[in-house]
Design a protein around this ligand. Sequence first.
Ligand SMILES: C[S@@+](CC[C@H](N)C(=O)[O-])C[C@H]1O[C@@H](n2cnc3c(N)ncnc32)[C@H](O)[C@@H]1O
Length: 449
Amino acid sequence: MSPLASLTSIISSGVQTLEYAYSDHGVPFPSLDEPYCPGPLDNDAAVTATTHLIVAAAYQLIATVRLPIATIHDYAPSMYMSSALGLVTDVEVPDVLKDEPAGLHVDAIGAKVDVDPGKLARVLRYLATRHVFREVTPNVFANNRISSALVKNQPFQQLKAKKSINYDGATTAAIVGHMTDESQISNSFFIEYLRDAPKDVEAPFHLAFKTKLTLWEWYEEPSNRVRGRRFANVMAGDGERFPATIFIEGFEWSSLEAGSIVVDVGGGVGSVTLTLAKAFPQLKYIVQDLREVIDDQAQQYWEQKSPQSISDGTVVLQTHNFFKPQPVKDAVVYFLRGIIHNWTDAMSITILKHLRVAAGPSSKLVIFDMLMLYACPDPAGLPPPPYPLLANLGLPVGGFITSFDLHMLNMLNGQERTVNQFMALGEATGWKLEDVKPGALGVLVFSAV
Ligand SMILES: C[S@@+](CC[C@H](N)C(=O)[O-])C[C@H]1O[C@@H](n2cnc3c(N)ncnc32)[C@H](O)[C@@H]1O
């Protein structure tokens, strides 16, 4: 079969599989024109795998059939997607349209969000042309499945009044805010950083904001606390966005003795701990992070999500800098989710060494992080996908990981790593890799040697 015929066949058989899955569940396939509502198959493993194949094949089909110059014309100005998403999320257009199924004229939208209607119409049309919002009739816009995912957690009138807490509980909007504000500003220094920056400049972020602070220290500055709070919402959403099974089944938690201590190192608000504490309430958890995160965001998170876990001592929130000696000795498990990818090898080695010094002979180290996949065949990569897809499945899998890899470089001089790179970090710090579970987030279990 030709590459084009193979790609179309992956798409058509995938679509058939999706239609069967939805009809088996007695639910219609969600319409792109309707607001998003969580559905029973959203996190179904077979549906997700099929969706990945369809998306990978569709993108490869577009890259194959289009003239190269058309693809370049599409990719090169993609910063306008960030700007357009950033604007509508910041001024809360999806929230204005939330209760307007027939849509609103852009004059009315512009008046509510204080943006010039003629310019706003152009931004909304750019997005509607890319399936974010729907242009119902000329200049009348409504939410669709994708734009509705940006609706925040409070009524529009409240959002207008209290800017510092606008992203609380609005985890998808928070990603857009984080990516299109401090990350996009940093990204405008990305080329200069790689080509010309002195070696002591850690990341484009440092050039952009003229600071030597790490992103985390910068978030703790009074002038950046709103951004820091928004970032805490991004991370809280990651706890919920990744299927809970990654954390629950990633390690044999149920084999641990009741009362065993599990430390969530750099745990943010502790959203992974919340998932684990619900599933394994017999264990004791310590969530560690920097002072501002623990005293402000984490305290509030637990008050809202599970105050009982704090009052009965199942979960303890603790201020700790992971570049200093680890105060909790001989914990049964030290785990890190989305931490190692923030740091260079040298800094990661310091973090892991502190944990190794604190560990007892049977302590385990569990790392939840993305696993970098090559775009070419690799015996350690995914099982080979159907011809002619890329070995890392292109956009839906490898695309996501490589985006985050550049995001880590942009903001932190961090990186996503292959299994072998993680193994080398373990070998340098006295941790032996004994189990790897691949997936949307890889799970790496190490024992102390
Ligand atoms: C990408 S977030 C991950 C948070 C959490 N593990 C999760 O997955 O939700 C990185 C976290 O590392 C924390 N952090 C950064 N530097 C730290 C340090 N020196 N000591 C402790 N935590 C730190 C940040 O405050 C932030 O909460």
